[in-house]
Design a protein around this ligand. Structure first.
Ligand code: SAM
Ligand code: SF4
Ligand code: F3S
Length: 476
């Protein structure tokens, strides 16, 4: 059961593969097809890649049979994520056998982790391109077209793709991701990201604001600011005389919120050691900054947290949760947790359960520990919690979380929320689906109102499941 639940939860977060859609695809002679795996940063990067490829005369296609170039933007966070990519590559390889001119390129974190080894392991891959090397795609494609295998996995200390206007792929025209920083300077011992994404760097604030304004001008209503650790965003403009002109994450958040009261602002991910009162007060000050914080805990036990090098204790984490709830009682908190990290004892696992019980997360992504080659944990510690124990512990955490999540959803019954309409409900043409500020999905009948996606409506909640609120429009 745990495996199934883990899969469901994994897919909710990781997303399944998606193919791009571009309605101007016919104007391009050559076509590319891209699938993305992993975190939102990867999905956002695919939009940068699409922009670079458009400039090179490649249009996007949803149909891989039509493509001259197949790209897969990969994730290395857990072994399972890499297996998914290898399975997809089998399918692409079969296709390439019947279409020899077609090129296959591997992008993203797995490309960075395996580098040229990828070409040895997966013979039919033509290109391997790391997350900081997308500008070199045109030259790598030319090399590959001339029959050479091409690799660029150089990590950069500066690259933020600030000047590249992303081509929105598979967009609903309402919500968009905007990347504000790249890389990560934290060295959580379990994590492959510092090795695949390199050093942390913040993107020029002006270019972020411009991108957000452009989105608003194009009718977008919700922006999620992305970074592995958004609270350490810090940008000093070149002309600034001193650090007093630096832009912190709280400043940036405020500037984005001020673009339009009609724009909702979200962000992810916050590190418990870095989230500041400034950020919390900024969130509280602006109605359009969504009341929802993703605050990964990783473990409820201080010894395990220390081994993970998270640099906070259980008590520190709990005090942050308390602070968030003091400043914004209506704010939902979600988390990530890793179950069965090296040497985790039964009592330490119980600490995770009791932390979950105390925090009552509205949403949690729960994973069993997956040892990643090259990480500090792989070098320092033994992955010694047996798989069946990890799975059983995961089931226990999932069961507790499900109870809290149901309670959190049921507590919304009778309340009225402002909901941003995203789409027609997948289950019924007669219903809209949208989200409230807390990021909970709200489904309600369209009735006879003349509404469309991107509109805000007030909805009173009449019933709830553990993942959806059902309601009725009270005003538009
Ligand atoms: N930067 C964020 C943070 O600091 O929490 C998230 C990073 S990661 C992309 C997303 C989640 O994957 C992590 O929060 C962690 O729970 C999980 N994760 C990372 N490495 C893992 C591993 N080796 N095994 C299992 N889960 C892992
Ligand atoms: Fe990985 Fe830790 Fe950086 Fe998050 S903060 S990306 S978990 S190293
Ligand atoms: Fe995966 Fe890389 Fe994101 S490892 S989770 S795609 S930063």
């Amino acid at each position: 059961m745990a495996e199934i639940l883990e899969k469901v939860i994994d897919e909710e977060k990781q997303g399944t593969a998606y193919a791009p859609f571009s309605n101007d695809t016919n104007q391009y002679e050559k076509k590319f097809y891209i699938e993305s795996y992993g975190c939102a940063m990867n999905f956002s990067d695919s939009e940068i890649v699409a922009s670079i490829l458009h400039e090179e005369g490649f249009g996007a296609t949803r149909n891989m049979e039509d493509a001259n170039l197949i790209l897969i933007n990969t994730c290395s966070i857990r072994d399972k994520a890499e297996q998914t990519v290898r399975n997809r590559l089998h399918i692409f390889r079969k296709m390439k056998k019947s279409k020899p001119g077609m090129l296959i390129g591997v992008l993203g974190c797995m490309a960075e982790r395996l580098k040229a080894k990828f070409l040895e392991e997966e013979k039919l891959v033509d290109m391997v391109i790391g997350p900081d090397a997308y500008r070199s795609l045109p030259s790598l494609i030319s090399e590959a077209e001339s029959g050479q295998k091409s690799v660029n996995v150089l990590l950069s200390r500066e690259e933020t793709y600030a000047d590249i206007a992303p081509v929105r792929l598979d967009s609903n025209g309402v919500s968009a991701f905007v990347s504000i920083m790249r890389g990560c300077n934290n060295m959580c011992t379990f994590c492959v990201v510092p090795f695949t994404r390199g050093r942390e760097r913040s993107r020029d604030a002006a270019s972020i604001i411009n991108e957000c304004k452009e989105l608003v001008a194009n009718g977008y209503k919700e922006i999620t600011l992305l970074g592995q650790n958004v609270d350490s965003y810090h940008f000093t403009p070149e002309h600034a005389q001193d650090q007093t002109n630096s832009v912190t994450f709280a400043h940036l958040l405020e500037r984005v919120a001020l673009i339009s009261p009609q724009l909702r602002v979200r962000f992810s991910t916050s590190h418990p050691k870095d989230i500041t009162d400034d950020v919390l007060y900024t969130m509280a000050k602006y109605h359009n900054i969504c009341k929802c914080i993703h605050l990964p805990v990783q473990s409820g036990n201080t010894r395990v947290l220390q081994m993970m090098n998270r640099t906070y204790t259980r008590e520190w984490y709990l005090s942050k949760v308390k602070r968030i709830r003091e400043i914004m009682p209506e704010c939902d908190i979600s988390t990530d947790v890793i179950i069965g990290f090296c040497s985790e004892t039964e009592d330490e696992h119980k600490d995770t359960l009791s932390l979950f019980d105390e925090c009552k997360f509205a949403l949690a992504y729960m994973y069993t520990y997956s040892e990643r080659p090259g990480t500090l944990a792989e070098r320092r510690y033994k992955d010694d919690v047996p798989e069946d124990v990890k799975k059983r512990r995961l089931e226990e955490v999932i069961a507790m979380y499900r109870g809290h999540s149901l309670t959190s959803y049921q507590a919304s019954v009778g309340q009225t929320f402002e909901v941003l309409i995203e789409a027609t409900s997948k289950r019924s043409e007669a219903h809209w689906s949208g989200r409230n500020s807390q990021n909970k999905v709200v489904v309600f009948p369209k009735e006879n109102y003349n509404l469309q996606k991107g509109d805000y409506v007030s909805v009173t909640i009449t019933s709830a499941t553990s993942g959806t609120l059902l309601g009725e429009i009270v005003s538009i």
